[in-house]
Design a protein. Structure first.
Length: 201
């Protein structure tokens, strides 16, 4: 049996050259390129709803929302990634020599899916937490009207605020606004869960 072939190491410069010419987005970390799968219709609609709601709430504000086409670089770890939604307050901090990469998000938001949930809640969060500007992380479920908000406290600890139900509002402390779940999940239908039936004797 032949040994499995090791993937060739790709430099960050090679990744960026390939990425700028590619039709599809990919992440990069530690010499490897990771293709990003296309989003489902609910994922795309939820993302669009969030951006619309944030845009309306932040109109005239120094903070602005961006969609998932904006590339971020994490200097401390070397990750290049595309969050579903980001909010940047104040001027963009571009990577020197590059016009299409930023490093200073205030808030990042990911719409969770079965294939990315563990990564977004774990390793990706570890990367993001190294960014000094980053103080709020929001996870949005596709399975139910549920949003988890993590906010960085003054002592550096992260506080979780779980928000549930279409009528609820998720507090975004870094922006001074609330994210209404009724707007986040507009036109999203969840499958009805049949009630448990009692067993016969």
């Amino acid at each position: 049996m032949s040994a499995p072939q090791k993937k060739p190491f790709v430099t960050a410069e090679e990744y960026l050259r390939l990425e700028r010419a590619a039709e599809y987005k990919s992440e990069y970390f530690a010499g490897e390129i990771f293709a990003m799968a296309g989003a489902s219709p609910p994922h795309s609609l939820i993302t669009a709803n969030v951006i619309r709601e944030l845009g309306n709430s932040l109109k005239g504000n120094r903070c602005a929302p961006y969609d998932g086409n904006l590339r971020f670089w994490i200097p401390a770890t070397g990750l290049y990634t595309y969050p579903d939604v980001s909010v940047i307050c104040g001027p963009l901090e571009l990577v020197p020599g590059h016009h299409d990469m930023v490093t200073n998000p205030t808030l990042l938001l990911e719409v969770l899916s079965d294939s990315t949930e563990r990564y977004n809640r774990g390793t990706k969060f570890d990367h993001f937490r190294t960014l000094p500007s980053f103080v709020e992380y929001v996870w949005v479920s596709q399975k139910e009207p549920a949003v988890d908000v993590f906010f960085r406290q003054a002592d550096g600890a992260w506080r979780l605020i779980p928000v549930r139900g279409r009528d609820a509002v998720a507090p975004l402390q870094s922006l001074g606004i609330g994210l209404r779940l009724a707007e986040v999940y507009e036109r999203i239908e969840f499958p009805e869960i049949a009630p448990l039936q009692p067993h016969g004797n």
